[in-house]
Every structure is written in structure tokens, then in C-alpha cells.
Design a protein around this ligand. Sequence first.
Ligand SMILES: Cc1cc2nc3c(=O)[nH]c(=O)nc-3n(C[C@H](O)[C@H](O)[C@H](O)COP(=O)(O)OP(=O)(O)OC[C@H]3O[C@@H](n4cnc5c(N)ncnc54)[C@H](O)[C@@H]3O)c2cc1C
Length: 279
Amino acid sequence: MKSLEELNTLKIKSVAKYYICPNNRIELIEALKFAKDKGVKLFILGNGSNLIFSKDFYQDVLFLNTKGLKKILLNDGTLFCEAGVLGKDLINFSIKNGLSGFEFLTGIPGTVGGFVKMNSGAFGKEMKDIVKSVDVIDLYTFNYDKIAAKDILFEYRGALNLKSFIILGAKLSFKCEDPSLIKMRVADIAKSRALKQPLLNNCGSVFKNGKGYFAGKLIEDAGLKGFSIGGASVSKKHANFIINRGDAVGSDVVKLINYIQEKIFTIFKVKLEREVYIF
Ligand SMILES: Cc1cc2nc3c(=O)[nH]c(=O)nc-3n(C[C@H](O)[C@H](O)[C@H](O)COP(=O)(O)OP(=O)(O)OC[C@H]3O[C@@H](n4cnc5c(N)ncnc54)[C@H](O)[C@@H]3O)c2cc1C
């Protein structure tokens, strides 16, 4: 049994019967074989910053945490990050080594694997702009592959053809720059995020923005800032964020999401599409 509470940034209390955090590719393959032999589903977990656990207990799922894969390798001008590397560790590494290009990831509390899978982005830049290739394992055949960036179908907050793979790591592009300049940009972004968004006990933007609208603006205009169901509330700081006030269960968050979608459709005739993944 493993508590998932510390493994999702929304801090939903949930428990998994099967859990593993492999430290290398061999252990990872063993975990995939275990799931297959047991006939249980597999859920790949990064830092849990784009997830809502809707159930209190998962009986038939192996949660595979990628955070044991945490090497950052810089060799002959090539940077390879394993999937479990946290954004903040990549940014610290980039400052230390004078590598620019990752500043836009400041304050996004995910892993490199999650960033690639979600094509994470901010401030006009997305992962698709810096990924050169990704190393993957096919979830069905267990074969390794390297997929060049040009062959990845990145879309807004997603990568269409990576669904049947576990991402092992990514080769990323960068520019060499004075560390003090990178540090300054990172600090500016961190400051701007802290002013506009809640930083704790949330799962990032709940809905995608659409053509001609910002989801947060619609939710705010509908008067839903601060609106709560159970322990889940629409953030008063930014309406596209849902906060766990401490005692939210997954179903509170799901009910709140459904309520917001219905309300926004009734008022504005807009169908808000979820960015966050409900499991
Ligand atoms: C405060 C806050 C601010 C945020 N700001 C932004 C932002 O500005 N821009 C933005 O784009 N997002 C933002 N997010 C959302 C989130 O951080 C990103 O979507 C991030 O990429 C998720 O990474 P993760 O490692 O936490 O993935 P998880 O939440 O653990 O997983 C997300 C999805 O990716 C899959 N996945 C994770 N790792 C792998 C892997 N190695 N191989 C295959 N599949 C994998 C999971 O199965 C799941 O489907 C924010 C979140 C928070 C809490």
C-alpha cells in the first residue's frame, strides 16, 4: 500500500495497492512485466502536477513513479535529461552551467517526462521548441526507441503519438549564456508567477484556453472565484486554478470541474476543455 497524497501537487489523499519507483531502465522493464503478469493497469506518474486522483483507493493499478530516473547528462555539447528530473533541478543545473532556454519552465512543478508528454509551456514557449529527441519504451512490446522531435505530433498541452510509450528522457537544445543573466530571468518569472497564481495545493490550469477566450477570465466573469464544493475551491487569485483547502477528496474536485463546465456553457455557450488529467 502506498499513500499518493505526497505524490500529487493537489494533495488529494488516495492510496495505491501497487506502487514502484524504478531507479534505472532494467528495474523499469521489470515493473512493466510485473503489471502485465498481474493483469493490472499501469499509471505513469511524474510529479503529479497535472493530475486529479478521483478515487480513494486504486486496487488494480500499478503506479510507476519515474522520479528515480533523475540523471542530467551534459556531454560534448549535448544535454540529455532523464524523465524524472524535476523542472527546478533542470533550471538549477542550467544556471550553474550557463545553459539558457529553460527559463520558461520556471515554476512549473513537473518532471521532464511530464513536460514532454504535456508539451508544457509558458511565456510563449513550449517543450516542442526545445526537444531534439525522446527516448521511449513501448508499453506493449517493451522495445526501446528514440523518436526525433520532427516525428512527435506535439499539440497544445499534449503529444498525440506518445500515448503508448513511457518517456525515459529527452535530448534538449540550449544556448550558452552568462549564468547571472539566466538567473535574473528565472527570478523575474518566479516573481511574476507568485503574483498571479496560487503556488500550493493545486494542479495548475484546470482548463485549456480556447480560440478567443481565456478559461480563467470566463470563470471569473461567471462569478465563480472562491466557489467551493466540499474541500475544493476555485482560487481567488486565479480562477483557472482549483485549490484543495485541506480536506478535499478527488470527487469534490471532479464535481467542481463539472459544475464550472456547465455554468460556463449556460452563460457563455463555451465548452471548456480540461487540461488536467482525471484518473
Ligand atoms: C502551480 C502549477 C503551475 C503550473 N503551470 C503550468 C504552466 O505554466 N504551463 C504548463 O504547461 N503546465 C503547468 N502546470 C501543469 C503541470 O505542471 C504540467 O502539465 C507538467 O508537465 C506535468 O508534469 P508532471 O511530471 O507533474 O506530470 P504528471 O502530472 O505526473 O503526469 C501528467 C501526464 O503525463 C504522463 N506522464 C508523466 N511522466 C511521464 C513519462 N515519463 N512517460 C509517459 N507519460 C508520462 C502521466 O501519465 C499523465 O498522463 C502547472 C501545475 C502547477 C501545479
